[in-house]
Design a protein around this ligand. Sequence first.
Ligand SMILES: Nc1ncnc2c1ncn2[C@@H]1O[C@H](COP(=O)(O)OP(=O)(O)OP(=O)(O)O)[C@@H](O)[C@H]1O
Ligand SMILES: [Mg+2]
Length: 508
Amino acid sequence: MVISLNLNPSVPKLPRIENKQAVDVRYMLIPPYAGAHISWNAETNELVYDLEEPVLQDKEKDALKRIENALFELININITVENTPEATIAYLDKTSRLLISELNIAISEESYQKLFYYLYRDFVGMNEIEALLKDYFIEDIECNGIGSPLYVIHRVYRNIRTNVVFHDLDKLAGFVEKLAQRAGRYISYAQPLLDGSLPDGSRVNASYTKDVTSKGPTFTIRKFTKIPWTPTQLLSFNSISPEMLAYFWLLIEHKSSILVAGGTGSGKTTLLNALAFFIPPEARVVSIEDTREINLPRENWLPSVARPSVGSSKVGEIDLFALLKASFRQTPDYLIVGEVRGKEAFVLFQGMASGHASLSTMHADSVDTLIKRLETPPIELSPSLVNTLDCVAVATHAVINQKETRKLKEIVEIVNVNGDGTAIVNTPFIWDPAQDKFFFRKQSKVLEKISTRTGIPLATLQNELVIRSKLLYHLYQKKIFGFEEIGKIVNLYHKDPAAVLAQYPVDA
Ligand SMILES: Nc1ncnc2c1ncn2[C@@H]1O[C@H](COP(=O)(O)OP(=O)(O)OP(=O)(O)O)[C@@H](O)[C@H]1O
Ligand SMILES: [Mg+2]
């Protein structure tokens, strides 16, 4: 008998339901054993996410316990990380069947298949949350300690409480250790914070404490969307306007430097990734991140990830600063830095000053705060270095018609930074929350700068902005959202705009 777990089920189409109280959907996560049931709970007045797993009879539970105990003695858990899931499952199946016969466990094939789900889940997968990790629709998983239910952020139904709860401190601590181990990191009471990525690219943050006042260890997992959102997808969410995108397209093509600012979870990294689609195809790109989030449809790209040290020594540590310095030896045309926080900003801005184009994000709610953060310790850039920045895109959370959305609030150009650190800015694009509309209200100074530098008449650049924004809008209307597809069109436009416009005509 073969194991009947299906680890690659198709993604179901979920109904978008305006009235949350009417939500009642079920879909499989790991067919045929684990599924999700999302429904309205009238008692607590909220949507709940019930993870449905096989219910075991006492006899089956007993069998599972005995197999597990025997397996623990046999298996080095690490093997599960090294091999493919298929190979590990086959190995686990073979070993379990051997144990069943050796331990004389009487069990039907049907029971065994059910029970194997749990063996897979705990030995190969990520235990209680394995099925949640397999849910295409889940973006974030959050655990706030023992006894509190896990929350997930669902692509369609947003923030939902689940029925998954860690009741036992040792179990939760063990789980957080497993997260750390899978992320190739080390967590302990002496070093209680974890920031890393799981093998599938998901980002994980965890804390490890047994403090009596706290509820014990916590963790957050932001799932790696292997396929990032494209510029046209951001248009479909109404997070940005076609003119704004076309503006970035022109700026990036002409090697400008852009910072995306915004609060936690405001969509900075998502926007950064979408903008990176506009980097010309032949350019050499180097990306540097703390944890792997950026993904680009291009070949000429060197991604690197900072590596913290193991244990308390600094041995083996490669921080952003070191990576960034090293990256200039790779002579990149474009540098993407996932998030600027500390002294690496100095290296980045020096790189910008010497003609490397850069794209990056920084945690700051406004341009004022951002400039202040750049100019004060620990970053402490000189006004002339800050001046090399061309523009700042400010991303924000917004609730529109009771729906959680992300908006590009404004694009602010840095016209000049005075000797005293104050900046003269120009804001060509804004989003008006009252009307939920984007406006192009002022001429861009950066386009003027590009015109002066390159000799391309300003009118040509402005005309190009109009054509490209129409093209992007056209692609959005045709529902062309794909990662590879958009990558191809943008690349072709760079070499042969007429060919693209022949295929996707826009009126000039
Ligand atoms: N335009 C958007 N529309 C809807 N959801 C979005 C949008 N942009 C991002 N998101 C979602 O919001 C979450 C946070 O996005 P992202 O990681 O880009 O934010 P961030 O500002 O970089 O966060 P952090 O502060 O943690 O670095 C993700 O789950 C992402 O899928
Ligand atoms: Mg981010």
